[in-house]
Design a protein around this ligand. Structure first.
Ligand code: UD1
Length: 416
């Protein structure tokens, strides 16, 4: 298993290009299942999660052509509406095939993802929504089996804001008979990007980006070309990395408007952040000020940036509280950060972080994607060497992480 060796203490300086968004690419690639015509996607990040999804689509009979960041998917020969456990267990986002398959094929068998490192993460809202649209849904031998004729438009009210739940139901509604209204919908920019792609394919969707999405079902979707939006979590991660090292970094090819909450907190921490149309420049102070935050659905502070800000608070002046309201077990990085000398006290869903003068390098274990990003940030500012084990988590979601950090002046080495 690969490890990442980081020699801390280098100020990050320079420019880095942001990749396409993992959390937009995954649902958007699944949208290809809704059409019998080829769909071309550009700015697709080269990530483990993307390869996993492409393998899943391939075993369903979807033909793929990939040339760097351009991927063309042709689901005209869709033969097998099954997502097996072996693939779903490595990537929960595989559940995003459920809505498109139910809509296009009228039947699907998709493995239940099960729990994961950050919480239980059930998919009951996805299932409840499809049932409300007239599908017959049963759970047998760990699989969700969907059957029925054409889905019918319905009013869907989710019990909580769910990103992939909203995406699955919005995709299913595209080919349903009549109007579907999704209330309490997720407002995440990735939902808007998916809606833009679906509209380019001929879907009729209004309200994406608000908490009420209206979809007028159509009988078929056609081919299209769509560019995946920039990754706001990757952007935020490099902003934090620049901040903790007292650096000066410019992120290009990004979407500053999708990062208001993150940029707001970095400013409170003492960073000077300047946004242009598609770039963000950050200049960090010598010493950061600790920032308290509470994670919540967009446009509030994203749970996917919580670990990175915990790392930042570890070396800031003062104390801060971090409240995690989305996932029940998302403080796994805290114990690893403590091994680097961080002062963190956890009480339920709240972490109290008191800044220390310095962290010391040690061997730490990556537990999930964003927890790993928090450990990388801590390693960049720790004294001496930090070894991060199990970095396959990082490869799931950060394109060329080591290369990009090295280009900014970090001393980082991947060991096979
Ligand atoms: C997506 C993101 C993930 C991010 C998360 C929250 C993708 C591929 N992943 O995950 O990076 O951290 O949003 O912003 O886009 N829930 C239920 N029942 C359901 C669905 C969700 O109880 O049917 C709960 C979850 O357990 C969680 C909360 O709702 O506590 C929000 O989860 P959700 O928005 O669905 O997360 P994902 O879409 O899985």
């Amino acid at each position: 298993m690969d490890k990442l060796l980081i020699e801390g203490g280098q100020r990050l300086m320079g420019e880095v290009a942001v990749s396409g968004a993992k959390n937009a690419a995954l649902p958007i690639l699944c949208a290809s299942l809704l059409s019998a015509e080829p769909v071309t996607f550009t700015n697709v990040p080269q990530l483990k999660d993307v390869s996993t999804l492409l393998a899943l689509l391939a075993q369903m009979g979807v033909k793929a052509e990939r040339d760097g960041g351009t991927v063309t998917l042709d689901a005209s020969g869709l033969t097998n509406a099954v997502a097996p456990y072996e693939m779903v267990k490595t990537m929960r986002a595989s559940i995003l095939v459920l809505g498109p398959l139910a809509a296009r094929c009228g039947q699907a068998s998709v493995s239940l993802p099960g729990g994961c490192a950050i919480g239980a993460r059930p998919v009951d809202q996805h299932i409840k929504g499809l049932q409300a649209m007239g599908a017959t849904v049963g759970i047998e031998h760990g699989y969700v089996h969907v059957s029925g004729s054409r889905l019918k438009g319905a009013r869907l009210v989710t019990d909580m804001v769910t990103v992939t739940g909203t995406e699955n139901l919005m995709m299913a509604a595209c080919l349903a008979d009549g109007e579907t209204v999704i209330e309490n919908a997720a407002c995440e920019p990735e939902v808007v990007d998916l809606a833009d792609c679906l509209c380019a394919m001929g879907a009729k969707i209004a309200g994406a980006g608000s908490d009420v999405i209206r979809v007028q079902g159509v009988s078929r979707l056609h081919g299209a070309r769509h560019r995946i939006m920039p990754d706001r979590i990757e952007t935020g991660t490099y902003l934090c990395a620049a901040a903790v090292t007292g650096g000066q970094v410019r992120l290009t090819g990004t979407q500053p408007s999708s990062l208001d909450a993150v940029i707001g907190k970095l400013s409170v921490a003492g960073c000077a952040v300047r946004c242009e149309a598609d770039s963000i420049h950050i200049e960090a102070p010598k010493k950061l000020t600790a920032v308290s935050l509470r994670t919540a659905p967009y446009p509030a502070f994203p749970t996917d940036m919580q670990a990175q800000f915990m790392a930042l608070n570890c070396v800031a002046s003062g104390a801060a509280t971090i409240r995690e309201t989305i996932f029940e077990n998302r403080f796994m990085h805290a114990v690893e950060l403590q091994r680097l000398g961080a002062d963190i006290h956890i009480d339920g869903n709240t972490a109290m972080v008191r800044g220390v003068d310095s962290l010391q390098g040690a061997t730490v274990m990556a537990t999930d994607l964003r927890a790993s990003a928090g450990l990388v940030i801590a390693g960049l500012v720790a004294e001496g060497a930090t070894t991060i084990e199990r970095i396959y988590h990082l490869d799931r979601g950060y394109e060329c992480l080591d290369e990009k950090l090295i280009a900014l002046g970090a001393k980082v080495r991947r060991v096979k």
